[in-house]
Design a protein around this ligand. Structure first.
Ligand code: NOJ
Length: 766
């Protein structure tokens, strides 16, 4: 049975089962005072709850078809329904569609003693049905408005399908392209990551959570999951406090400041403590220091995994540790529901711990308006109208174009001429409608992306010949999500070579399939998988006019391509409108403006590689062997953070620090620079500002991004840009987590990438 059939059967089964058993249709109203504040309503409701009902609110079960983690033994439907009816379930994940959500909600509201509605969670990572680019790709747009809009589309469609809570944004900073989940984040930089975290939260939550097109967001994974050792999924994390405070935590703090209503913890440990059991992170930092008043959800069975890590001896101890640490809700772990009530009765866990968790959970439910109308997200008419509508399609096309990064364009091979050209389109991913959807797209349908072949066919005045060159190897793609590019059969390469020979230009679409990144998909190599390198070299031998279009969920190491192929376009996995976006860029109807949110290494041995590294004590003597470098590779990345070209050129000049060179630590410093479009076509440039604090009580990186602006400029146009630097940008966290600004010498750099040479100096005095 294939995945989709299985899904339909199960869905029908659930609906029958639910309606068949639902007897009592009473309409409950627990809240006496209509005009009471949320706080008063929560207090009143809390006072009526038994310990078991409180634990129930802290319990989340998975639905029955989308499985996004290992299925625990206890996870059978019978137990779940029994618990639902007893009021022992506060939330469900992976239940979607207005009909299915209504069915489970009906049990919670109409059959349980207190009728508390469920909050329904789902991984709406880069769209629900209409898909935006994967989050890493979107981050390459540096366009906060477009990113917010993309989250709004995702939230609107999810809400229309019954969902009121997304497990997004993932705000984990990562420097390791081997880790499959880099596709889900905003890249390597905490400043850019913080801005994007805020934009995504705003997009999902809007200004009013009680509207039926806004949903609660969840910043995850708290914390440091992106630093899994050697990029291996679910591995240990071993980072210093300075990295924790200055790199890992800022995007979470930004999400909290931006009003995110929930936080998910993670699978990793930190300093030997699985973070689900970390009081230091969840209670001391998140809830106490940052005053976060939403709730914390565990990751999938991560409370159980405290035992497997070897930090708790059994479920009882795991429940105790996690609840005291501040994990408010147990995702599909069956630990709280089994142990927590007894732990309270035995006096091991204080009831106030439960009260605090339940207060947080109920508060979010009230804010979502679920108590006013538990079915507010269950309107089938709205579901039909909203999902996949034209406005959403346009929005995802817009952000897809903005996410593309032009990596190389020798002799202006791009944009392609629109007429009279014979173009050979080659590659296993060129006609694929599934891969561009990327990983994490449970709410969408397979094979619904516009392929590059389809996108290029819109340009009819050229001759387009397509040759696959290599096949994809796929298992049951949707279910097992196993896929690779052919590793053994090179029989189609010769046909591709022949097509290349007779073409004016060759466009090759190569890279990773959408299921070669994402959760559980770490790699040890960062090359083009399968026989794609062989295909690329064979085609290049036949015709040097090759445009390489990369599809990938992580930075790839493509040193040979960079040396040889004249034009390279980074097109990630761009979602539903992928092929249209790529074709518009190839033909120059959209001038690319993306900049890399993660450094691209020359080879896998350089990883982790990132622009904001520390100087070391031996940065660059080059006199002898004893300096920080490799003997078999350059130490610089192939393409640095912030890098990306355009079909026009930009010039920066007149970098000025207003008001001299000396300031007080409390001053706000204004930096200006002139930016000119020096080419023949209109374009957009992401102007970036970096600082370097030369001496610190905790050493500072060689560069830190502290400002950027996306600037549209007509051909020949110039503009003076203004950036400001105040305490927030000039300071850093010490090793106790205190934020401070230190007096001393600074440098400021402005330009079109993290390697810009344009710089000025200033001094801060106490
Ligand atoms: C595990 C993943 O780590 C998390 O990000 C996701 O939200 C949950 N599974 C639920 O699917």
């Amino acid at each position: 049975m294939n995945y989709k059939t299985k899904q339909v059967i199960t869905v029908c089964g659930i609906v029958l089962f639910l309606f068949g058993c639902s007897s009592d249709q009473k309409n409950k109203s627990m809240i006496d005072t209509k005009n009471a504040t949320v706080n008063e309503k929560v207090t009143s409701l809390l006072s009526k709850m038994t310990i078991e009902e409180k634990v129930g609110q802290m319990n989340q079960y998975n639905g029955f078809w989308d499985v996004t983690g290992p299925v625990p033994e206890e996870g059978n439907a019978k137990t779940k329904y029994e618990h639902l009816r007893k009021g022992w379930v506060g939330s469900m994940l992976n239940v979607r569609g207005t009909e299915n959500v209504r069915a489970v909600q009906k049990i919670a509201v109409e059959e349980t003693r207190l009728g508390i509605p469920l909050i329904i969670g789902f991984d709406v990572i880069h769209g629900y049905k209409t898909l935006s680019p994967i989050p890493l790709a979107e981050s390459a747009s540096w366009d906060l408005e477009a990113i917010e809009c993309s989250a709004r589309v995702a939230g609107t469609e999810a809400a229309a399908s019954g969902i009121n809570w997304t497990f997004a944004p993932m705000v984990d900073i990562s420097r390791d392209a081997r880790w499959g989940r880099v596709m889900e984040g905003a890249g390597e930089d905490p400043y850019l990551g913080s801005k994007i975290a805020k934009a995504r939260v705003k997009g999902f939550q809007g200004d009013d959570l009680s509207k039926n097109n806004t949903i609660a967001a969840c910043a995850k994974h708290f914390a440091a999951y992106g630093f899994s050792e050697s990029g291996k999924e679910y591995n240990s994390v071993d980072i210093g406090t300075s990295t924790l405070y200055n790199t890992v935590l800022p995007p979470f703090k930004a999400a909290v400041d931006g009003g995110v209503r929930t936080i998910m913890n993670s699978f990793n440990e930190l300093n030997g403590v699985p973070v689900t059991a970390s009081k230091f992170l969840q209670r001391d930092i998140l809830k106490d220091k940052w005053n976060f008043d939403g709730f914390v959800i565990s990751d999938w069975a991560s409370i159980n995994e405290i035992i497997i890590w070897g930090h708790a001896k059994d479920k009882k101890e795991a429940a105790k540790l996690a609840s005291i640490a501040g994990s408010d809700m147990d995702m599909e772990g069956y630990v709280y529901i089994r142990e927590l009530a007894n732990l309270v009765k035995e006096g091991v866990v204080k009831e106030s711990i439960l009260d605090d968790a339940v207060r947080r959970i109920l508060t979010v439910k009230f804010e979502l308006g679920l108590f006013d109308d538990p079915y507010r997200y269950c309107d089938p008419e709205n579901e039909k109208k909203s999902i996949g509508n034209k406005e959403h399609m346009d929005a995802v096309l817009d952000v897809a174009k903005k996410s593309i990064v032009l990596l190389k364009n020798e002799n202006n091979l791009l944009p392609l001429k629109k007429k009279g050209q014979k173009i050979a389109l080659i590659g296993p991913l060129a006609d694929d409608n599934n891969s561009p959807l990327g990983s994490w797209r449970l709410g969408s349908d397979d094979n619904t992306a516009v392929s590059v072949l389809e996108g290029m066919k819109n340009y009819k005045e050229n001759t387009l010949v397509f040759e696959k060159g290599l096949d994809l190897f796929t298992g049951d793609v949707a279910f097992t999500q196993q896929v690779n590019v052919n590793t053994t059969d090179d029989s189609k390469i010769s046909k591709a070579v022949a097509a290349a020979k007779s073409a004016d230009v060759v466009v090759m679409v190569l890279g990773e399939h959408g299921f070669q990144s994402g959760e559980g998909r770490s790699r040890t190599k960062l090359d083009l998988p399968g026989l794609q390198q062989e295909l690329l070299e064979a085609v290049y031998k036949a015709n040097k006019n090759v445009v390489l279009v990369l599809n990938n969920g992580r930075p790839l190491a493509i040193e040979w391509a960079d040396e040889n192929i004249p034009a390279i376009v980074e097109a990630w996995q761009l979602g539903t409108q992928s092929g249209n976006a790529i074709a518009e860029v190839l033909y120059g109807d959209y001038n690319p403006s993306g900049k890399l949110p993660m450094s691209f290494p020359r080879n896998v041995g350089q990883v982790p590689i990132y622009y904001n590294y520390k100087n070391t004590g031996r940065p660059n003597t080059e006199q002898h062997v004893f300096w920080s470098h490799y003997i078999d590779s350059e130490k610089t990345p192939l393409y640095p953070f912030g890098y990306g070209l355009s079909y026009t050129t930009f010039e920066y000049s007149n970098l000025t620090i207003k008001g001299g060179e000396t300031f007080s630590v409390n001053d706000t410093i204004t930096v200006t620079v002139d930016l000119k479009n020096t080419g023949d076509v209109d374009g957009k440039e992401v102007a970036q500002l970096y600082i370097r604090d030369l001496v610190g009580s905790v050493t500072r990186p060689v560069r830190e991004l502290k400002g950027f602006e996306l600037v549209p400029l007509k051909a020949g146009e110039s503009k003076t840009l203004e950036f400001t630097l105040s305490k927030n940008e000039l300071g850093f966290y010490d090793n106790d987590g205190n934020f401070m600004v230190e007096a001393g010498d600074f440098k400021v750099f402005v330009g079109g990438s993290s390697t810009t040479k344009l710089e000025k100096s200033f001094e801060l005095k106490n």
